[in-house]
Design a protein around this ligand. Structure first.
Ligand code: PBG
Ligand code: ZN
Length: 321
């Protein structure tokens, strides 16, 4: 422990504190749906909403008021198809949402989740061959095309969450060839096949129609495999690497940080949120636990935290830091 003289009042405690949180550390996820005048609470995630495009301007202004500067967008369209077409069309949900947010607040930094599962009828993140193997060429092309359509709509950064081999290099080439060298890629590099995504499947309506994602997401038992995935993405040109979920994998946030000089991101996922949120609402834990969870993720090494608690952080910073 620090000597008593370094703990005796708030001023000295603040001066010697190793880790600080700020609104520059957090990214807030938004779920965009078809339809009108929709701001509907997601059943599995209290205080998180499905938003239609016409409610997005007001939401953007509200987020700004709460100090949020970074958002990550997920599209949840009514119509999906076997080619994942709604993912990459010019007037897709995400593409339109980017334009609405940027028009409302050009300073809001817009990141997009790039995947196929929310747009593809079978809910998988990739295409399959007849024999069940992953259809690589078509998957990579569709992912890159989706990322490009986001950049063209005005996104500031793309975040591929599919976990297909080779996607980062492919996407980098596609963006560069179209003149988008300046758009960074944040790679969901170490993405575990996790039950902590449970509430999200509800939010994104993306539960796979058959099988599961274990063929392309990682075994929670394997840390070295996660480091290898990060190395591969770094070699292919990722600008930021991500570990997901966050709290059960703090070891990999720390070890991943030592792997390169790239910024490290962590995704505090839906299940982590739901556990903490429900426990706080049930008075099982003080709401300081939210702050503790975020500061722990930062202390482990995350420079960027994607979190559903971003809306609560500004107030907590005043009270707890
Ligand atoms: C889509 C995607 C998922 C999450 C982010 N992007 C779901 C999944 O991989 O099953 C999970 C986010 C969360 O649980 O909050 N590929
Ligand atoms: Zn996916």
């Amino acid at each position: 422990m620090l000597p008593t003289r370094l703990r005796k009042n708030a001023a000295i405690r603040n001066l010697v504190r190793e880790t600080q949180l700020s609104m520059n550390d957090v990214v807030y996820p938004l779920f965009i749906v078809d339809g009108q005048n929709i701001r509907r609470e997601i059943s599995s995630m209290k205080d998180q909403y499905h938003l239609s495009l016409d409610r997005l301007e007001a939401e953007t202004l509200a987020l700004k008021e709460l100090g949020i500067r970074y958002v990550i967008l997920f599209g949840v369209p009514d119509e999906k198809d076997s080619d994942a077409t709604p993912a990459f069309v010019e007037n897709g949900l995400v593409q339109k949402a980017i334009r609405v947010i940027k028009k409302t607040d050009p300073d809001m930094y817009v990141i997009t989740d790039v995947c196929l599962c929310e747009f593809k009828s079978d809910g998988h993140c990739c295409f399959f061959e007849e024999n069940g193997d992953i259809q690589r060429e078509k998957t990579l092309k569709t992912l890159s095309r989706t990322a490009l359509s986001h950049a063209q709509a005005g996104a500031d950064m793309v975040a591929p969450s599919d976990m297909m081999d080779g996607r980062i290099g492919h996407m980098r080439d596609t963006l560069n060839q179209a003149g988008y060298e300046s758009i960074p890629i944040m790679a969901y590099s170490a993405k575990f096949a996790s039950s902590f995504y449970g509430p999200f499947r509800d939010a994104a309506n993306s539960a796979p129609a058959f099988g599961d994602r274990r063929s392309y997401q990682m075994d929670p038992a394997n840390g070295r495999e996660a480091l290898k995935e990060m190395v591969l993405d770094i070699d292919e040109g990722a600008d930021i690497v991500m570990v997901k979920p966050a709290m059960p994998y703090l070891d990999l946030i720390a070890q991943g940080k030592d792997l390169s000089y790239l910024p490290m991101a962590a995704y505090q996922v839906s299940g982590e949120y739901a556990m903490i949120k429900n426990a706080v609402d049930a008075n099982l834990m003080d709401q300081r636990v939210i702050f503790e969870s975020l500061i722990s993720i930062k202390r482990a090494g995350a420079d960027i935290i994607i979190t559903y608690f971003a809306k609560e952080l500004q107030a907590m910073l005043k009270d707890y830091q």
